[in-house]
Design a protein around this ligand. Structure first.
Ligand code: GRF
Length: 203
């Protein structure tokens, strides 16, 4: 089974997936890394691992739908079964989402539905919550609102800065995301209504 990992930034989650794949903990093949940011360090990680990088320049498309149509066209030869967002900063349009219904995953640095959006870590600190965490969810047409697959808590400490908290959240992501992706690959999860049901052992 082929997966595509979508990135825009440092790519530490991509690295966790590459490592999991090398360790035999991820049975799917990372067939392509997709980016809207050619200079992102994530692209260097992909190249070092010998994974093709597919870059489509957002500057060349005024409409999100046109960008996504081009992406779909260029993704098609890779025969992708599952799309994994790992720090991808563009919002996917319905054109893309409908092509991969229930086959797009995202990792978010908070316990959703708390702290949606781009600043989950700082928002948690600002609100003084004592526990935050990580959520893996299916992507739907509403931002950070798709059916939740798995969550882990991360304690917020009194002396935490955004940096120290982000570091612990990243650690939690790197442990959780590859495991959940592997479970998705094995067909453990189905969506009923807006809930995800785990059917262990279906694989
Ligand atoms: C992660 O914290 C993830 O939760 C969020 O974007 C960040 C990506 O980090 N969606 P990295 O590029 O994988 O290091």
């Amino acid at each position: 089974m082929n997966i595509a990992v979508f990135v825009s930034g440092k790519g530490s989650n991509l690295q966790a997936l590459i490592d999991a794949s090398r360790a035999g903990a991820l049975s799917a093949t990372i067939a392509v890394v997709v980016t809207d940011a050619r200079d992102a360090y994530a692209c260097t990680r992909a190249e070092k691992a010998g994974i093709p990088v597919l870059y489509v320049d957002p500057g060349s498309y005024s409409a999100r739908e046109d960008y996504d149509r081009e992406l779909l066209k260029r993704l098609s030869p890779f025969r992708i079964h599952l799309v994994v967002l790992a720090g991808y900063m563009r919002i996917l349009s319905p054109v893309f989402l409908r092509a991969y219904t229930h086959r797009i995953l995202n990792v978010h640095p908070s316990l959703l539905p708390a702290f949606k959006g781009t600043d989950g870590v700082k928002d948690a600190l600002r609100h003084g919550v004592k526990i935050t965490g990580v959520t893996v969810h299916f992507v739907s047409e509403t931002l950070d609102d798709g059916p939740i697959i798995a969550q882990v808590p991360v304690e917020v400490r009194g002396n935490d800065t955004a940096e120290s908290l982000r570091e612990r959240i990243h650690e939690a992501e790197h442990a959780l995301y590859p495991r959940v992706i592997e479970e998705c690959v094995r067909g453990y999860y189905t969506i009923e209504g807006r809930k995800v049901v785990r059917r262990e052992g279906r694989a």
